[in-house]
Design a protein around this ligand. Structure first.
Ligand code: ZN
Length: 83
């Protein structure tokens, strides 16, 4: 995960980690344009990308409200702190 890629992008060892990061980005940055993950030819790690189709898990999280729920939870924690 700390290996640097010559593309300069942050890399993830597995697709699962990259998808989790993709969702995480959308929770923290609502205006984020990242939509998907891909495996890099240079470093073999997974990177986030703003090109192409939206990842099905991200689409589902938006559609079923999971993402909105995580955003709300984050706002709550920022306002009142963690319990
Ligand atoms: Zn790479």
């Amino acid at each position: 995960m700390d290996r640097t890629c010559s593309s300069g992008k942050k890399g993830f060892n597995t697709q699962e980690l990259a998808v989790e990061a993709l969702l995480h980005v959308h929770v923290h940055y609502v205006a984020s344009k990242t939509v998907n993950v891909y495996q890099c030819e240079l470093c073999n790690q997974w990177h986030l990308t703003s090109k192409g189709e939206m990842h099905p898990e991200l689409k589902q999280a938006i559609n079923d409200g999971t993402l909105q729920e995580r955003i709300k939870k984050l706002e709550w924690e920022r306002r009142y702190g963690k319990f």
